[in-house]
Design a protein around this ligand. Structure first.
Ligand SMILES: O=C(O)CCC(=O)C(=O)O
Length: 245
């Protein structure tokens, strides 16, 4: 499958693109089923909500992300190496794609009640590559909407050169900076259904609310780089990879 010209233009203009109904619903269900034991037992490596909170007075751990999922289950690898999406990734990256397993190699959760808001940020803050030719592939394993923590994006933000003052010291895009407020007003979202995929550039500002429903929201996210965009030696991005050719 390839993107048509309108979709490709939309990705390049907005820095993200929703592809409805991309993955088979059965595959999503199989992935969801395979996540259960990892979620229930919080099998390491994980990221917790508490790591994200400035202050916490609880000793409880709420799962936020199952990390390093590629090596956990065959069905996860099947999705991450799916051949149908490769031509699309190559269109966007304008070269072959390489699956980088260092960072977004995750099942993301928004647990009912105890999840937190994900503030506006660019994913490049986590990563160390020669350039920004990196795209994340988000798979909705079930319905996603604002109340359960759907991702929102700021269209065109991947093309903006921001100043340091627009971010806090943890590289969160400040909600109360005057310039930022104007941009945040332009935030866009599309409700997702099981099997929908969202592609987003590593510079695109995105955020997600906490989940205020009583059902967990579980999604899959991985990242690919253009083959010529090498991880910087000695950084945590310089890690195991899978060439998708
Ligand atoms: O679901 C979330 O909390 C946000 C996830 C996110 O920002 C990401 O995967 O880049």
């Amino acid at each position: 499958m390839l993107l048509n010209n309108i979709q490709l233009k939309e990705f390049h203009e907005n820095g993200f693109l929703v592809i409805k109904n991309f993955a088979q619903k059965d595959l999503c269900d199989e992935i969801l089923k395979a996540t259960q034991k990892h979620i229930e037992n919080m099998i390491e490596p994980i990221e917790s909500e508490q790591e994200y909170l400035a202050e916490t007075n609880t000793t409880k751990t709420t799962l936020r992300r199952l990390r390093q999922v590629y090596d956990r289950e065959e069905i996860f690898r099947t999705w991450m190496t799916n051949k149908d999406i490769r031509p699309i990734l190559e269109q966007i990256l304008e070269e072959k794609a390489v699956l980088t397993l260092a960072h977004h190699n995750s099942i993301m959760t928004k647990m009912p009640k105890d999840s937190s808001r994900t503030t506006w940020h660019q994913d490049r803050r986590y990563w160390h590559f020669e350039n920004d030719n990196l795209v994340s592939v988000w798979l909705a394993l079930d319905e996603e909407y604002l109340e359960n923590g759907l991702l929102e994006f700021i269209p065109g933000s991947h093309k903006i050169d921001f100043t340091k003052e627009q971010f806090d010291d943890k590289t969160n895009f400040l909600d109360d900076n005057a310039k930022n407020i104007e941009l945040i007003h332009k935030a866009a979202h599309t409700n997702l259904e099981k099997g929908d995929v969202v592609l987003f550039h590593c510079r695109t500002l995105h955020a997600a609310n906490k989940n205020i429903t009583d059902k967990a929201k579980i999604s899959f996210v991985y990242t690919v780089r253009g083959v010529s965009n090498k991880p910087l030696k000695g950084t945590r991005s310089d890690f195991k990879e899978v060439i998708l050719d």
